[in-house]
Structures are given as structure tokens and as C-alpha cells.
Design a protein around this ligand. Structure first.
Ligand code: FES
Length: 317
């Protein structure tokens, strides 16, 4: 699946439970969209922002459909403004610039697949449900929301392919994950997507039960960025520039001060756009993009959020 730049058009807009915008996008000429698999996301250029701003959204529709893509966009007034702008701007007929699709959350063959979605984190699970149902695999979806009236996509859940496979849970704080997680087994895979608190709640329980890293797949849709820590130096091997990254400053910001521009999209350690090779030094990984194994290798670092454990990092820039 290669990344492409596309201009698509909004063909349908549906407000769901007040703060979720369900969008259908299609090619304006009716051409087939790029092939996707469940778990893929696209980057959307947010119109009307002072600076070029991209936001990432999982594809929520049936991946087998090449005539349309469906997204669910949560309006978060407390965020940096991208989702609010998208809610305001994306009406039927609007052209939308897209890059992608990219997929860091694809399904792997399994005897049993358990999907766990928190809030709008259910969107990639909806696509996965289509793919799993088409494959004939054993699967179930646990969908956790604050309350019944906070449950987006509820109208879909009693229809194929979801009917009979979905269990709703409300009041996530009181939820005991052990009641919905299966017993660990070699052929059982978990897929978890939701806000940071939900993710940690489920992942901690899964680890305590003995679910191993290779069978536990995760995707964060938002994350707090913690840039605290002592200052350190970053040397760019190609350009020969060295900068000091201050406390509470990102490597991206420090490099920009020295005239080195690093492409970013999410700026929350989720999308991997700013991933850069490390030639020397030890990163302090604070992203949710690299796997635990990749973080241990210390050969790549996300520059929008990660810092350094060593006094100096040498990057392939
Ligand atoms: S810009 Fe998305 S991980 Fe850094």
C-alpha cells in the first residue's frame, strides 16, 4: 500500500451524538480509491489554519469498498484547533487534500481476534470488523464509551458485520479489563485503540494477564506530549549543525531555530512522520509510534516528542 496525495470530495456528512462528524469521501471523478486494509489512516490537510496543519484519522468503512472512504472525527475544543476547523469546514462538496493511506495497525492472521475500542478509537475497529467478517475469522469487538448517549456509530452495531459480535461497555473508569480480555493464547491477538487513559488501563491489564507484545497491537489517536527534562545537544551529521535542545523544548523546535526543518504532522508522537535515524547517543523515547522492540534498538527517534538520555544525540540529518 503506497502513500499517495489525493484531492477527494466530501459526499456525505453526518453529525453523530453531537461531537463526532461522520464523513464519506470519494474521488470527484468517481475513480477508484487506493487499495486499503483495515487499520489504515489518512492525513487530512486542515483548511483555514494559519500554518499548514495535518490531522490523522483512521478509515472506518469497509476496506473492500474502493468507491468511498469513511472517517469519524471527534471535535475536541481543548485540542489545538484542527478538529474544530474540520467540523466547521467539511460540508458536502468540499474538496479535501489527503495523504496516505498509511497502516501501522494492520490485522495479522489469528485464530481469534479481540478488538478493544475506547470512544472514537473504535473507528479502525469498524474497518477491522468488515475485514475479519469477510475472512471468516473468529472475532469480537468490545466498545467502551462513557454512557449510551456517548456511543457513536451505535446505529451500525446491530447490522452486519457487527451484529452478534459487539459488546458495549459504559463507564470505562469502573471497567475491569480482565472481564473482557480473553485468556492469553498463541493464536489470540488483541487490537487496542483509544485515548491515552483507556490504552494504559487495558494494556496494563493485558500485560498482567500474560498477553505478550507480539500479540498485542495498539494505536493511539491522541497523546499528551511531555517535553520535560534537562537540556541536551543534537548534532546533525549531514549538515554539521549542532543545537542545544532546552528543557521543555522539542528537538523539532530546536532544529528549526537553526534553520533545519523537520516535517511533522501529528506532533504527538503518533504518526511517525518525524522519525529520524540515530547515529549515536541514546534517545529517551516518548512516542507511541515505535514498538517496544524498536525503542530498545535506539536506531530511530521521533523528533516531535522524544528527548535524549545521553548528553548528545547524533542524527542522520
Ligand atoms: S510528527 Fe507525528 S510522530 Fe512526530
Amino acid at each position: 500500500m503506497s502513500e499517495t496525495t489525493l484531492t477527494l470530495i466530501v459526499t456525505e456528512r453526518q453529525e453523530d451524538r453531537g461531537d463526532i462528524l461522520r464523513l464519506t469521501l470519494a474521488d470527484p471523478s468517481g475513480a477508484a480509491l487506493p487499495e486499503v486494509r483495515a487499520g489504515a489512516h489518512v492525513d487530512i490537510l486542515v483548511p483555514g489554519m494559519a500554518e499548514e496543519t495535518w490531522r490523522q484519522y483512521s478509515l472506518a468503512g469497509d476496506p473492500a469498498r474502493a468507491d468511498q472512504w469513511q472517517l469519524g472525527i471527534l471535535k475536541d475544543p481543548a485540542s489545538r484547533g484542527g478538529s474544530v476547523a474540520l467540523h466547521g469546514a467539511l460540508v458536502p462538496g468540499t474538496a479535501v487534500q489527503i495523504t496516505g493511506p498509511r497502516n501501522h495497525f494492520a490485522l495479522v492472521p489469528a485464530r481469534k481476534t479481540v478488538l478493544l475500542g475506547g470512544g472514537v478509537g473504535v473507528t479502525p475497529m469498524l474497518a477491522m470488523a468488515h475485514e475479519l467478517a469477510a475472512s471468516g475469522a473468529e472475532w469480537e469487538l468490545h466498545y467502551c464509551t462513557r454512557a449510551p448517549d456517548c456511543t457513536a456509530f451505535a446505529d451500525l452495531l446491530d447490522q452486519p458485520p457487527f451484529a452478534g459480535h459487539v459488546t458495549l461497555h459504559h463507564g470505562v473508569r469502573g471497567l475491569d479489563p480482565k472481564t473482557l480480555l480473553p485468556a492469553p493464547a498463541a493464536g489470540t491477538h488483541l487490537y487496542i485503540c483509544g485515548p491515552e487513559g483507556f490504552m494504559e488501563h487495558i494494556l496494563t491489564a493485558a500485560e498482567a494477564m500474560g498477553h505478550t507484545g507480539a500479540n498485542v497491537h495498539r494505536e493511539y489517536f491522541s497523546a499528551e506530549v511531555d517535553l520535560s527534562g534537562d537540556s541536551f545537544e543534537v548534532e546533525c551529521a549531514q549538515s554539521g549543525v549542532t543545537v542545544t535542545v532546552g528543557a521543555e523544548e522539542s528537538i523539532v523546535t530546536a532544529l528549526a531555530r537553526a534553520g533545519i526543518k523537520v516535517e511533522v504532522k501529528c506532533e504527538e508522537g503518533i504518526c511517525g512522520t518525524c522519525l529520524t535515524d540515530v547515529l549515536d547517543g541514546t534517545p529517551d523515547h516518548r512516542d507511541h509510534f515505535l514498538t517496544d522492540e524498536e525503542k530498545e534498538e535506539n536506531t530511530e527517534v521521533c523528533l516531535c516528542c522524544s528527548r535524549a538520555k545521553s548528553a548528545r544525540l547524533v542524527l542522520d540529518l
